[in-house]
Design a protein around this ligand. Structure first.
Ligand SMILES: NC(=O)c1ccc[n+]([C@@H]2O[C@H](COP(=O)([O-])OP(=O)(O)OC[C@H]3O[C@@H](n4cnc5c(N)ncnc54)[C@H](O)[C@@H]3O)[C@@H](O)[C@H]2O)c1
Ligand SMILES: O=C(O)[C@H]1O[C@H](OP(=O)(O)OP(=O)(O)OC[C@H]2O[C@@H](n3ccc(=O)[nH]c3=O)[C@H](O)[C@@H]2O)[C@H](O)[C@@H](O)[C@@H]1O
Length: 390
């Protein structure tokens, strides 16, 4: 889109082109947000990350129509003196940088706490001190477990939304014990949320906090042994994609009974763009961003992905497509899980009039089509080693 084309906000006011400092722009969410901002808005992005592979298509060649609106800065926010200057040059900072996979919080709790709390501190401080707006990415994991999970299994109250619906302004945050290290991530994210809120209350920081509920789609994480470490454990979409691509069984942790609501990344990015362009409606708010209509157990997700992938690659699924594994075997000692995650959409609906659109089947079909096109050949090559002769 050409710079300067008139865009109006939800209240009919013209939107002026912004300079956005996006930290973690090279990750899954960042890559989709950069894509959207380049293709559909006149905004400028200073893209900060340690990696740039997922946004390479937006940076090269220099003849792309938005070449003068995106600039990549390879830096680690843990120790780089350029950070404050880049925040000062921008109208808005979006912080996406974090360690955010369960396999990591279970095995690298210190890195997880540092990444989600300590490393975010200077970002909040520089925004506050320089009077810059901040959109900070938190997580639905700050809610922890549902109240309903503590009720007896047969209690009819478990069916009552009051016992499971997760609402920004009323739900408690219920974490497990310290040795269950999943909650180190949730706890670090919660503390940075509280700090940002405090900066807003005491020092007038203009902020918005986003709580994503399982955003999934193309470019999420990596396929082990292809574009990430062979022994790495990504989030569930990539784990299941990897198994399907290799014609292996999908592993269900502790029976696959946990429930999740999955939202298509492209729907979620629409919500973020509304936040960016409607500060008067978004500042001071915490927003759940999810799709309450797309709830499944992890087992149901595995079954659906198996069916969708069979449609995509035209081959029948394995006779027994899934296998049960214990969490100890899969993630190691001390794993715990969130039981159920249904986002309350009242606040985001009221403030931004946003609703998710894409069904789980449709989002899986488009994502698995991407996975197949991107990885099937590479996996075939990697697995067709020459047969050794004795
Ligand atoms: N994807 C989801 O559904 C989801 C759900 C809940 C919360 N979130 C939150 O959203 C944010 C982005 O998630 P994502 O799925 O895009 O993850 P991601 O891992 O794909 O992206 C994070 C990016 O941050 C970068 N980064 C990390 N530490 C950095 C540092 N010190 N300096 C510079 N760059 C650094 C990484 O290199 C990576 O590219 C995270 O804060 C995460 O906790 C995501
Ligand atoms: O996306 C989110 O909203 C949040 O939740 C995710 O946490 P979680 O949903 O537990 O992570 P996944 O790896 O996507 O796992 C989902 C479920 O699938 C299970 N799983 C995962 C992988 C696998 O191969 N098999 C399997 O059964 C897990 O045990 C878990 O119950 C991410 O880790 C967080 O970054 C994020 O904050």
């Amino acid at each position: 889109m050409a710079s300067g084309v008139a865009r109006v906000d939800l209240d009919g006011r013209p939107i002026k082109p912004l300079t956005i400092c996006m930290i973690g722009a090279g990750g899954f969410i960042g890559s989709h947000l950069c894509e959207k901002l380049m293709a559909e808005t006149p905004h400028r992005v200073l893209a900060l990350d340690v990696y740039s592979d997922k946004i390479k298509h937006l940076l090269e060649p220099g003849t792309l129509p938005w070449a003068d609106r995106i600039q990549f800065h390879r830096l680690n926010i843990k120790h780089d003196s350029r950070l404050e200057g880049l925040i000062k040059m921008s109208d808005l900072t979006i912080n996406l940088a974090a360690i955010c996979t369960p396999a990591d919080y279970n095995t690298r709790p210190l890195d997880t706490i540092y990444s989600n709390f300590i490393d975010a501190l200077p970002v909040v401080k520089y925004c506050s001190e320089n009077g810059k707006r901040l959109i900070h990415f938190s997580t639905c994991e700050v809610y922890g477990k549902t109240i309903g999970s503590f009720l007896p299994k047969e209690s009819p109250l478990r069916q009552d939304p009051a016992y499971y619906m997760l609402s920004e302004d009323s739900s408690p945050c219920i974490f497990g014990p310290i040795e269950k290290q999943r909650w180190s991530y949730a706890c670090a994210k919660q503390l940075i949320e509280r700090l940002i809120y405090g900066e807003g209350a005491e020092n007038g920081l203009e902020f918005t906090i986003v709580r994503p509920f399982n955003w999934i789609g193309p470019r999420m994480d990596f396929i082990p042994g292809i574009d990430g470490p062979s022994e790495g454990v990504p989030r569930v979409l990539a784990c299941f994609s990897n198994a399907l691509l290799r014609r292996q069984q999908l592993k269900l942790v502790d029976g696959g009974q946990s429930q999740r609501t999955f939202i298509f990344i492209k729907d979620a990015i629409e919500a973020v763009l509304l936040m960016i362009e409607n500060p008067a409606r978004a500042n001071g708010h915490i927003f759940n961003v999810g799709n309450p209509n797309n709830e499944v157990t992890v087992r149901q997700l595995a079954e659906m992905m198996t069916q969708v992938y069979s449609k995509v690659n035209g081959e029948p699924p394995l006779e027994v497509p899934t296998v049960d594994v214990s969490s100890k075997e899969f993630y190691g000692e001390g794993y715990d899980d969130s039981d159920k995650r249904i986002p309350d959409m009242t606040i985001i609906n009221r403030q931004l009039g946003w609703n998710p659109k894409t069904s789980l089947w449709d989002l899986l079909e488009s994502t698995l089509t991407y996975q197949h096109r991107t990885y099937a050949e590479a996996i075939k090559k990697a697995t067709s080693k020459p047969i050794a002769t004795s």
